[in-house]
Design a protein around this ligand. Sequence first.
Ligand SMILES: [Zn+2]
Length: 414
Amino acid sequence: MAVRATSLALLFFCAITLGSACAAERTGVAGPSTPAANNFPVASDIRLGGDDAQTRMVVDFNEKVDIRAFTLADPYRVVIDMPQVAFQFRPKTGETGRGLIKAFRFGLVMPGGSRIVIDIVRPVRIDKALVLEAANDQPARLVLDLTAIDREAFMRLAALEGRGLENRKTEPQSENKAGDPRPLIVIDPGHGGIDNGTKAATGEMEKTIVLEFCLMLRDKIEKIGKYRVVMTRTDDNFVALGDRVALARARQALLFISIHADALARGEGDAQGATVYTLSERPSDARAARLAEAENQADVIAGLDLSSEPKDVAGILIDLARRETKTFSVQFAQALVNSMKASARLHQNPLKSASFVVLKAPDVPSVLVELGFVSNKTDLKSLISTEWRERTADSIVQAVDTYFTTRLAVTGQD
Ligand SMILES: [Zn+2]
């Protein structure tokens, strides 16, 4: 490993003196030569150099890609957008940074679009963001140069950049599915793409666990034949929190079920079991508040510009709808807890509330289920077991059916 460490040090040096011939780099760490699935360009290595006044990031590609880099405030981030690429970095890449770069993550943000989101320690100016053609035995390289500036200058530059993600919001078509009167349920697997969610010590990721669980849940609900199901995502793609809510509203869903898996940080102790959350501006306890805060970070993690988000809609009609929606949400949450306690282990206080962005549709009863803790060994074993998933999904289906049977009887619909 000593040889590798030396060559890495040289690589940092080469990165900083980019442009000058550097023979040592040729003997350095070569990217994996395995071709990527679907022939997407491959990003094989990433290097950081510099200090907390100026920092450079260099990314090796097997071919030149087009990029767009911009900054975001609160928290300070630099975002690099590019066409879909296969990231083949070493494990744990991005967990620590250097100089102005605190950490970074990378992944899909939409089909055909990848992104690197860099958390920065203070406001910066992007001095350089370009991709060099492969030349002189060097691969194509993305070069990003950052210089520390003050907040005022940062905000001025951000305004000039005209930042924002213009085409991000593709409002789903409002659709009144003529001919199919069955209630529509939206199932929302948390996280996805660049946002991994929580992660077990052994590497299992929340985004994958909950997607697999939700696909099973969808099939089971559809199998009864009484309900239609739409998912907010069916693959490893990022979906913004607001878009998840917008989908449920546009499709006039009668129920929104968001599925997650929690984790306690090291030093926070151990906890296990499932918890069902409903929306409340007043969290049921401090832990619920922290959890909502963490779950609400999804858009920050993916490098979305939160300053352009629409503010909460106010109004007496919305308030009335909210009150009714809240009653239904709590009813469904109770049905869930009753049904799940027979099959899955529940947390000691399984019914909680906090201010989750994804539960904020004023007119769609919504709950968020934390299936368990990936930080707990027993829970993790359950979360990845087909048998446990079958049982737990069945209990959710049961709760769905109980809820609708009761609700439709009360409101006189059929
Ligand atoms: Zn989550």
